[in-house]
Design a protein around this ligand. Sequence first.
Ligand SMILES: C[S@@+](CC[C@H](N)C(=O)[O-])C[C@H]1O[C@@H](n2cnc3c(N)ncnc32)[C@H](O)[C@@H]1O
Length: 248
Amino acid sequence: MLPQGTQPEGAANQQEAARQVRDMFTRIAPRYDLLNHLLSAQMDRRWRARAARELRPILQRRDALVLDLCCGTGDLAFALQRNGPARIFGADFSHTMLVRARHKALALNQAQPVTFLEADALNLPFADKSFDLITAAFGFRNLANYQHGLGEILRVLKPAATIAILEFAEPPPGFLGDAYRYYTRTILPKIGGWISGDARAYAYLPKSVARFFSPGELAAMLQQTGYTQVRYHLMTLNSVALHLAVRP
Ligand SMILES: C[S@@+](CC[C@H](N)C(=O)[O-])C[C@H]1O[C@@H](n2cnc3c(N)ncnc32)[C@H](O)[C@@H]1O
């Protein structure tokens, strides 16, 4: 059966799942960037840069409004900003992640800084048909209700606007896929737990990826929700997928 939404251990319902996810990211925020870069051997930067390059035709439009959902400490929002003059907003429901994003924005001193705001992806504080592009990097998998999340994004996208979801995926069986699984399930939680002081958060990561849709299933769900031109690109041993689709 396909998962309805993320389900951290012990969460009895969607409200509890969302609260646990928010508390977890709030706890690991101080070490989040360091661990991202370390545990992915800096590949996380390349995955976001690739996504931003793919979206350049929209980012190059001066009038385009872009929302990076589940923006965390802002790395995808900053990558989008580097690729054109579009106006970028970053939204997340963890206040502590946003504080770090704002500090990074100040240090970057961009001519047109990213605007960060606190918002729940399942209840967006925006009018219908507001954005030309909505992105989410490694955040969509953490939503407590995927169908609701895709519907809410569809609502606030303008007609002909684009959704882009960058997410982890399970590589297929075989030597490299199995080595990847050994790394993410055994080594990564140990290093992540040790450096962040939160072993539970870094044990959640591989479990949530294993529970999440395959790239084909996510593509089918986008189509069922009403998106068109659904396509995806796989990267790094098929362990990361970039899904793109258009609101009709
Ligand atoms: C793995 S981090 C990804 C952060 C960033 N996009 C990146 O690429 O590093 C996931 C983020 O999603 C946020 N998040 C999860 N569920 C959310 C929701 N319902 N509404 C807003 N943010 C959410 C978390 O607070 C966290 O900052």
